[in-house]
Design a protein around this ligand. Structure first.
Ligand SMILES: NC(=O)c1ccc[n+]([C@@H]2O[C@H](COP(=O)([O-])OP(=O)(O)OC[C@H]3O[C@@H](n4cnc5c(N)ncnc54)[C@H](OP(=O)(O)O)[C@@H]3O)[C@@H](O)[C@H]2O)c1
Length: 307
């Protein structure tokens, strides 16, 4: 089978496609014929910043072809999606049962990897922001996999004004098509607002301007891997608050909530109120290109590899 491996050759990272043996499902694991792999900014960042080769984990979707000892609840032929911790960029991957969930018959594998994990992050960030009816909401990284779904959550949650923040004006039409009432560029953030809630997937240097754009009593949820520093005085001035959100904490600490949110994603998708936006479906051999698209901040929605 084909598999992509991460290598480090001194300067930039390399993603090399190679022939490898099909892995075996161990205890509590499923062997999946992979049909789609979601490429995410956290993975792109982790590999880029590493001085050592890393295992290529990620969200996959496909069909179960074998079950390991004690892997109950799934059978050969089932369509599943979930997070693999290693060698996800491959034609066959091993998926722990604890990470697996079913894909509805009418959904494609590409849709599943674009919808589930990103949708759960969007949902969680939205909940953490406690968005009330009629409030104004700013979503940064609005054209990202998570951002596209966060915009739709904000609209469906009864926000009065949904504003999409993006790095490039060419993304404006796209984010409007997903429900943004207005679009703002990062460089203009200081002149926009105030916002009752901000879902921030950028962080870093953008975080201080986002905090300054909060309304009195506003809430900012930092859910991105971009870090950043918050000046306490800016919070005091506005009686504002900043919180963080990570889906891993919900997956491990509140599996009941995780499952409920996941089922709700599919319900919304079936009702036509939530849709996954896919930027491109690329072959496994184009993994390096897929990472470059994200690195260069060019994607409109999720970047997906199709082995
Ligand atoms: N908390 C969690 O559990 C969790 C889980 C998964 C992802 N996330 C976060 O969600 C955010 C979006 O991730 P994703 O996988 O959905 O993104 P994605 O689909 O890979 O989209 C990448 C887009 O994010 C924006 N971006 C913001 N900061 C960036 C940076 N430093 N470098 C490159 N692009 C950047 C860019 O658009 P613009 O130029 O328009 O900003 C870029 O086009 C990330 O911050 C990620 O860390 C959080």
């Amino acid at each position: 089978m084909l598999r992509v491996r991460h290598e480090v050759d001194g300067s930039p990272e390399l993603l090399r496609t190679e022939e490898a043996p099909v892995p075996e499902a161990g205890a509590g694991e499923l062997l999946v014929r992979v049909q789609a792999i979601g490429v995410t900014l956290p993975t792109v960042r982790r590999l880029r910043d590493s001085r050592e080769p890393l295992p290529l984990g990620g969200e996959i979707a496909g069909r179960v072809v074998a079950t390991g000892p004690g892997a109950t609840g799934f059978a050969t032929g089932d369509r599943v999606t979930g997070l693999c911790f290693t060698d996800a960029y491959a034609e066959y991957a091993v998926l722990p049962v604890a990470m697996a969930s079913r894909v509805p018959d009418d959904a494609t594998a590409v849709e599943a990897v674009a919808l589930v994990r990103s949708g759960l992050v969007a949902r969680g960030a939205h909940e953490a922001a406690r968005v009330g009816p009629g409030e104004s909401v700013l979503v940064t990284a609005a054209a990202s996999g998570v951002g596209t779904l966060a915009l739709q959550y904000a609209g469906a949650g009864g926000a009065g004004r949904v504003v999409a923040a993006v790095g490039n004006g060419a993304k404006a039409g796209f984010v409007r098509s997903l429900g943004a009432d207005e679009v703002v560029l990062y460089r203009d953030l200081d002149r926009s607002g105030p916002y009752d809630a901000i879902l921030d997937g950028v962080g870093g240097d953008l975080l201080p301007s986002a905090v300054r754009a909060l309304a009195t009593g506003g809430r900012l949820v930092a859910y991105g891997s971009g870090g950043g520093t918050v000046e306490a005085y800016e919070l005091l001035l506005r009686g504002a608050s900043v919180t963080g959100f990570q889906i891993r904490a919900i997956a491990t600490g509140r599996p009941d909530l995780y499952a409920r949110w996941r089922d709700d994603l599919w319900r919304r998708r079936a009702a036509g109120t939530l849709r996954a936006a896919v930027h491109a479906e690329l072959p496994l051999t184009a993994a390096a290109h897929a990472h470059a698209v994200i690195e260069q901040r060019r994607n409109l929605g999720k970047v997906v590899l199709v082995p």
